[in-house]
Design a protein around this ligand. Structure first.
Ligand code: FMN
Length: 323
């Protein structure tokens, strides 16, 4: 399958693995890229430019295919050394960067000068158009279903994707709620040139996280996610658990007076405990509604091969057969 996204990134299949905190290490990025998609290392998980440079080098040892790095610009207590991170991305010969969160315009000139393709992840048509106007090469349109930060507009992909298609000139991938061949074909039908997946790639053999996390996703249904931090306008979709119930109770009790400190116990420093130690009840961690469509833990190659062959069947048999 050839789309504007496969051409832009020089990949075989129009499938991207979104950056994921404490998940997007070299092992996962390389596995996705080796399977013909675009694997992404999560920049901020590495904390320092030196660590990120090492992770990029490790990934390069594991794959000779293109891979990318995610740079997330979200409200954090101590701002990371973005200039340093960008320098090692450029020096490491990385060909693609996925930006997310705040406007990345400050960093675009350096990335573009180095020939790096930038795909900005955003949750509204407004922000997608902004990304296009500042010179991003593509956007990842992240609907309300998504794991992680869906923004504050709450527009699901059935509406958001065709709206993006109506307005955008640059290519975009559908993100949020994507799991299988049906997701891919539907996204293409709605005007996208591929899809981005987070939660689905978390439940793969190569994802370097504790097995408890993968089992929690397989066991979860589409009813098991919750939105936290809405009162702080930093909404995150997470898998429900007793810590998340406590957090939501605090949000209800504090109302408009809620401050980050009130819920820090349930959100700060949670990722290493969940992803590495397997303490899935340690606090709030991102997970999409798409958990309801995830029933197995395949390798990245099995997953991507299955998506591509079933997508071909849907197009050739189910859709063409209807005409
Ligand atoms: C555990 C987890 C951690 C994530 N961390 C990040 C992150 O650090 N930066 C980012 O831009 N997106 C992050 N995301 C969002 C994903 O890149 C992707 O946009 C999202 O998962 C898509 O929705 P889906 O889970 O329904 O596929 C995370 C998602 C998950 C599930």
């Amino acid at each position: 399958m050839k789309t504007r996204i496969t051409e832009l990134f020089g990949i075989q299949h129009p499938i991207i693995q979104g950056g994921m905190h404490f998940v997007g290490f070299a092992e996962l990025a390389a596995a996705v890229s080796n399977a013909g998609g675009l694997g992404i290392i999560t920049g901020l998980t590495q904390k320092t430019p030196e660590n990120l440079a090492r992770e990029i080098a490790r990934c390069r040892e594991m794959t000779d295919k293109p891979f990318g790095v995610n740079l997330t610009f979200l409200p954090v207590i101590e701002a990371p050394d973005y200039d340093g991170l960008i320098k090692v991305i450029i020096d490491g010969g990385v060909k693609a960067v996925e930006t997310a969160g705040n406007n990345p315009s400050k960093y675009l000139p350096a990335l573009r000068e180095a020939g790096i393709k930038v795909i900005h992840k955003c949750t509204s048509v407004r922000h997608a158009l902004k990304a296009q106007s500042i010179g991003c090469d593509a956007v990842s349109v992240d609907g309300f279903e998504c794991g992680g930060h869906p923004g504050e507009d709450d527009v699901p992909n059935m509406i958001l994707l065709p709206r993006a298609a109506d307005e955008l000139e640059i290519p975009f991938v559908a993100s949020g709620g994507m799991a299988d061949a049906r997701s891919l074909v539907a996204s293409l039908a709605m005007g996208a040139d591929g899809m981005n997946m987070g939660t689905r790639f978390l439940a793969t053999r190569e994802a370097p996280v504790h097995d408890n996390v993968k089992q929690a996703i397989v066991q979860a249904s589409e009813l098991d996610t919750r939105l936290v931090m809405r009162p702080l306008r930093n909404t995150e979709r997470v898998l429900n658990n007793p810590a998340v119930e406590r957090l939501l109770q605090t949000e209800r009790e504090k109302g408009a007076q809620l401050e980050f400190a009130d819920i820090a116990k349930e959100v700060a420093g949670v990722y290493p405990r969940v992803m590495q130690q397997g303490d899935v009840g340690a606090g709030a961690w991102s997970c999409g509604m798409v958990a309801g469509l995830i029933h197995d833990i395949p390798t990245c190659k099995e997953l991507i091969d299955r998506i591509m062959s079933e997508a071909e069947q849907i197009i050739r048999q189910r859709l063409l057969g209807m005409l």
